[in-house]
Design a protein around this ligand. Sequence first.
Ligand code: ZN
Length: 167
Amino acid sequence: MNCRDCQSVLPDLLLDPAASSNSRARAHVDSCDECRLELESLQATMSLLDAWEAPEPSPYFDQKLAVLLREEQEKAPAGWFERMRSRLLFNTGRQFRPAIAGVFALALLIGGGTFADFASHHVAKPQISAAVTDLQVLDNNDQALQTMDQIFQDENSADEVPAIPAS
Ligand SMILES: [Zn+2]
């Protein structure tokens, strides 16, 4: 076994030093200073990670978040365009796909002219800022989005079922 092969199996050797599949790597490490140093540095890193503890969140986290939310709610309202922009920027792909489907479904339901009126109505008197609205909408619609995801998955799996040949 050469040094390159040995170093590619070093993680295995680190996790299970006694395994029989690691016997050749073990023999190489015993005879090669460079690979032994590499293994020792990996062991040092692993033991450092074992000792590391994730820091506790600040005890005032919830209060601070509530204050920030209230401040955002009292801020000047953002326009419709700004809200759409932040929605496009911050939505993850998983939430975005059903959201698009929802928007198209809504447009189909209400119809072109009525939908335009609906949108301009929202421009006229937005109540609170974009971030707060989005947070609340995401919170309220989480259940609905999961349902829509489920529907997408069901449709996809239904597509994959092969058609039963007519006898
Ligand atoms: Zn070596």
